[in-house]
Design a protein around this ligand. Sequence first.
Ligand SMILES: [Zn+2]
Ligand SMILES: [Zn+2]
Length: 398
Amino acid sequence: MLLKQAKPKIVWSTALLLGITGLTALIAVPWYELTVGFEWTHWLAFTIFAASNGLAITAGYHRLWAHNTYKARPVMRLLLALLGAASLQNSILVWCSQHRRHHRHVDDNQNDPYSANLGLWFSHIGWMLREYPNGADDFSNVKDLQRDKIVQWQHKHYYSIALIMNIAPPLILGAITGQYLAYFLLMGVLRLVYSHHTTFFINSLAHFWGRQPYTSDNTARDNDFLALLTYGEGYHNYHHIFQNDYRNGIRWFHYDPTKWLIKASSWVGLSYDLRVTPKFKIRQAMVTRQLEIANDKLTNPTLINTIKQRIGTIEYVQWRAAIDKQMAHEQQQLTELMNEWKTIHARWVLIKREQLAVAKQSMEASLDFHNLKHKLKELEFSLVQQYRRVSYVNGVLS
Ligand SMILES: [Zn+2]
Ligand SMILES: [Zn+2]
């Protein structure tokens, strides 16, 4: 409320960029299609560039840098930094700092840069159009990223990199084919607008529309349709509760190309240390949420009245006593299972660490053995050489 009353200054650079590119995509793209017509090659260039931009934001900016859900080799980080810059969503450092604040203060109108509680427009685009205090640069929460040389380099030269990454690809294809305008409109402008708004949907629609299977502590939702548009980021309810997981769609049938890209890159050694949430923790969240939904229903007077009318007041008393007993039992069982799991899991982690230490020791021992064997061979060879030298001297002397 305070933010709306204050009416901070408009950020004209952002407003003009989003406005001009948006209008060009809405007017010039259909005009070109109707008057000249795009070819399939133009659409192919659009699709590939849009997907690589989008995936650089989801796999790079979001899951790698903002949440550290995996580690990536420099060549992969460089590629993600370049293609992410093409999306014109600010540098990695700025983007991640805002996003980490979003997670930490989700739905808090004073501290969440794109709080969904300030409405669909604000969380989608409004937060960028004015100089709101909660959107101001503050890098105190991205100190780890400031140690990443590629992140620092991209931040320092962001405008030049972003400009080159936007102009060069359509220009090169235009120069090869002579069809500058077609590539400029589809691969340049429409791709940029598409990349912008599909990412913005995560901050806006994914906090308004969909299911809440894991938590109701915040407005984030799971939405399969949004996952299709956002390279898998639509499973936002899961993401807000388990933000350290490299996956957003955890089931095999969930559409999450970002997860597949990260996994596939780990097979060729480009990424490693992929983090996943223990299945028990996920199930625990799901059971807790189901108990919460049941409790909400049992305290809903309209629903209770309907049940009373359907089964009769006397039967209701018996039914209610039975269901209250079951709910208490389920709650108790959940607490017991959680406590038991914690103890056993801690022991499991300890043993696994010990096993890894033993494996490391045995690897070091085998390496040592190999080095010692090599050294012994060298000493033996030195003696052979010495024997030859002395024999030669003896030969000369005889
Ligand atoms: Zn996130
Ligand atoms: Zn969110």
